[in-house]
Design a protein. Structure first.
Length: 292
């Protein structure tokens, strides 16, 4: 028995499709045969025909056969498309992408191999049908590509669970980080508000201190000006007193001289002594004032 290079399950599927195709091909041939038989039964009733009559019968037969064959070829094409659709749909469920090579469809060697496979399969089918019927065996599970595919799917599912767990962990960490960020931002805003209040208070205190310093400076300048004026007045008063003292001293010196001249005159002496006494009192009083 010729092999197609696929596993047993897929080979059985190919055999099933070839049986379907053989059945459809037999139906098509029967339809073509019936077209010829209808022509024989309906038109070939005379022994002799003209050329035009023969041409007319052949044209009618050609039209009928052409229509039947075309319809069958179109139906075969659509059937193959549906078959490919089934295969592609099954492959897409497993996230596979199948590819076809149209050039191999005209490879004569491969076509002969398929023909030999069909012939051997048809022969073996006839032999099995003539003998005891053999019950079809179930396709083994997890064989070949299916086993590899199942392992791949299981591995992908495991990786998917790991990624989900990691995603949940990352989401938890991100949520915690966002919460921490919100707390830090709130603390920063509170600190900025406190710093702003402290800055305002500090500015207010500085302003008050500046006002106090300005007031003290103004008061000091006023006091300094008053002190300067008082000092100037005292200096002027002192100069006046000095002048008076000098004048008194001059008068005292004159009086002493006059006293010496009139010493012998008692009345005058007494008067002079009284004047001197008064002057001395005035001098003491001036000295007291000067000392103050």
């Amino acid at each position: 028995q010729a092999e197609l290079g696929v596993n047993e399950h897929h080979q059985n599927e190919v055999v099933s499709y070839m049986r379907f195709a053989r059945f459809k091909r037999g139906m098509c041939l029967k339809t073509v045969d019936s077209c010829f038989q209808d022509l024989k039964d309906s038109r070939l009733v005379e022994e002799t025909f003209t050329v035009d009559e023969v041409i007319d019968m052949l044209d009618g037969l050609q039209s009928v056969v052409h229509s039947e064959v075309e319809s069958e070829l179109i139906n075969t094409t659509y059937t193959n498309v549906l078959l490919l659709r089934q295969l592609f749909s099954q492959a897409e469920k497993w996230y596979l992408k199948l590819q076809t090579d149209v050039s191999d469809l005209e490879n004569r060697e491969l076509l002969n191999q398929v023909a030999e496979f069909e012939k051997s399969e048809y022969t073996s089918s006839n032999e099995k049908s003539s003998g005891d019927p053999i019950k079809p065996k179930l396709a083994p599970l997890n064989e070949g590509g299916s086993e590899l595919l199942n392992k791949t799917v299981a591995h992908l599912q495991e990786e998917n669970e790991k990624l989900k767990t990691r995603l949940r962990t990352i989401e938890t960490q991100a949520t915690a980080a966002l919460d921490e960020k919100s707390k830090l931002e709130k603390s920063l805003r509170d600190l900025q508000m406190i710093q702003g209040d402290q800055k305002n208070n500090a500015n207010q205190d500085i302003t008050e201190l500046e006002n106090k310093v300005a007031a003290l400076k103004s008061q000091f300048e006023k006091t300094l000006n008053d002190t300067t004026a008082n000092q100037k007045f005292l200096e002027e008063d002192l100069m006046t007193t000095k002048h008076d003292l000098l004048k008194v001293q001059d008068q005292l010196s004159t009086a002493e001289k006059e006293l010496e001249k009139k010493f012998q005159q008692t009345a005058a002496y007494r008067n002079m002594k009284e004047i001197l006494t008064r002057k001395n009192e005035q001098i003491k009083d001036l000295r007291r004032r000067l000392s103050k």
